[in-house]
Design a protein around this ligand. Structure first.
Ligand code: Z5A
Ligand code: MG
Length: 224
């Protein structure tokens, strides 16, 4: 077999993003999905944003912990740069047949920055640096009420972990998802296992459609 026909026969992996507000259960569900897909014989990788391990990620970490301040636009672009620095490796993994599960992505990037209410940092402005990044085959939005989230513990100590921000973030996610395709809203107020089963069914459907979807796409501008 030539290397060309070999690569043609390798089925690409899926790019699966998990989004949601604080304590929606994103990281727990990413881990459960990783385990489920691995057991099914799939090559799987898990990554999370912000990736606090890179030099850019360390700047973001200091900002989130409150030990450093940044201009709103500047920190926004650093969050985006943190995704761009992993974009090539995501593309390579997907091309080689590995499914990549991503814990928060461009959607968090746009809504958390826009939620600050800075008049020169709108949702539309915030989306611009995301254009051209690998486009998720599916984005699972773990939807949870403020009451349900509160049962999972109080707010943490990081920036953004307060009621005003979370309320704005909730509204902005809704508005962003009205302008995006391939979003699946999951009721995250159920038990861990029930949520996991709902996610598995959406992901199975997404993986089943990959041949029809074709090669990995890139994020485009927001619909008007
Ligand atoms: N941010 C940004 O501004 N710009 C960007 O571009 C990006 C992010 C990418 C840090 O994110 C901050 O960065 C975040 C957005 C901003 N700010 N806020 N707020 P992070 O991802 O590092 O934050 P995190 O602390 O890892 O995630 P999280 O949102 O707080 O939690 P989670 O991952 O959704 O939930 P969890 O850790 O899986 O579960 C939370 C608890 O609930 C835990 O005790 C679980 O056992 C429990 N849990 C989970 N599911 C259930 C169910 N179904 N039933 C009962 N209990 C449950
Ligand atoms: Mg998490």
């Amino acid at each position: 077999m030539t290397s060309q026909s070999q690569s043609a026969s390798t089925r690409r992996g899926a790019l699966i993003v998990v989004e949601g507000l604080d304590r929606a259960g994103k990281s727990s569900q990413c881990e459960m999905l990783r385990e489920y897909l691995s057991k099914g014989g799939n090559a799987v990788k898990y990554i999370r944003f912000p990736d606090r391990t890179t030099p850019i990620g360390q700047l973001i970490d200091s900002y989130l912990r409150g030990s450093a301040n940044q201009d709103d636009h500047s920190i926004h672009l650093l969050f985006s740069a943190n995704r761009w620095e992993l974009a090539k490796s995501i593309e390579q993994d997907i091309a080689s047949g590995t499914t990549v599960i991503v814990d928060r992505y461009s959607y968090s990037g746009a809504v958390y920055s826009a939620a600050k209410g800075n008049p020169t940092l709108s949702l539309d402005w915030a989306w611009l640096p995301e254009i051209g990044l690998p486009r998720p085959d599916i984005c699972l939005f773990l939807s949870i009420s403020a009451e349900e989230a509160a049962k999972r513990g109080g707010y943490g100590a990081e920036r953004y972990e307060n009621e005003t921000m979370q309320t704005r973030v909730r509204e902005l996610f809704r508005s962003l998802f009205g302008r995006q395709e391939d979003i699946a809203v999951i009721d995250a107020g159920k038990s861990l296992e029930e949520v996991s089963i709902d996610i598995q069914s959406v992901v199975a459907d997404c993986i089943g459609r990959l041949d029809a979807t074709g090669p990995l796409r890139t994020l485009g501008p927001l619909a008007k």
